[in-house]
Design a protein around this ligand. Sequence first.
Ligand code: NAD
Length: 349
Amino acid sequence: MIRKYLITGGLGFIGSNLSRYLSKNESNEILIVDSLTYSGNLNSLPEINSRKNISFSRTSLSERNKLSKIIANYRPDVIMHLAAESHVDKSIDSPRIFIDTNIIGTFNMLESARDYLKINSNFLFMHISTDEVFGDLDNKQSKFDENSNYDPSSPYSASKASSDHLVRAWGRTYGINFIISNCSNNYGPFQFPEKLIPHMILSALSDKDLPIYGDGSQIRDWLHVEDHCKALEIISLKGKIGRTYLIGGDNEIANKDIVLNICEILQNLLPISSKKTDHYKQLIKFVKDRPGHDKKYAIDFKLISKELGWKPKVEFHEGLARTVSWYLENKGWWEEILNKKYKLERIGK
Ligand code: NAD
């Protein structure tokens, strides 16, 4: 039987990896809804031209009536809502668009889903959210789990927290079958160069400083995007309606160690040829900390593990080495972005 997925944000980093992964299965049909903002990119999913089971509508979350029509015509079994503004630094500089896209945009998706209830009451609305909604852990605290309190620190995380609340309320009030997932930091191929890992790889390759916020001791729990895609698929097939699942990598690593690891991998694969230094590590520069910077995130993913049998599989050092190699081998993808859309002066997440 054909299973129909409607994926918002399917041409962003996670969405393009997810659409590629789900469309490998010919029993799945994928409709991507994406407005192609600066972080969306048709080049992230060349399979759009070769796989018959992927289609695309260039539509913004602000187009409320069009969203309703698209959903009614396509009749998805599962809506996976990923489209969002996703960069914390950008949210500190320009918060307004985060309110428009992440809050009002999710409201528009929920209202369109409510319209769709009139013709199909069995579809699933999956809201893809972040661990950042829970705020900060101090080093002594245990990990975040499904019972953690919301305590967002940045405009980005506050907007995602708001969207989580809207999804729960629309589920309880109007009977939309929903599941929310809150995932830790993802890494892997096709990630936009504003985020920490690609930012550092591409800056190092351009012989630029590698700017680390504060003392670089902020800890994040890193998950390979492939593992996230598998988690989302399992949730769509076996997840319990109304549940929240936390997804993490069991990889708590300080930002400065991530950057050191990238430098070592690069030095092995492509020894630096610079007049300034003889190792990429010497490009590291500690800069003024980000305001409201959370110190630590870590995820307890026992629930999804126990209920759905999901566990992260990609070992971090192997995943990071693969990611660095991907950026070395896919210059065309990121050079186009650096030429047209983005300058490397900003600092990654
Ligand atoms: P991304 O910035 O790479 O991609 C976002 C996509 O959404 C882009 O294709 C963009 O064109 C699209 N989009 C943005 N505004 C839109 C609008 N108004 N209408 C239609 N499309 C629009 O983001 P990502 O890193 O792939 O994250 C995807 C989702 O996963 C987000 O909801 C994010 O909060 C969540 N998430 C990300 C991470 C992470 O580490 N990247 C971790 C946990 C959760």
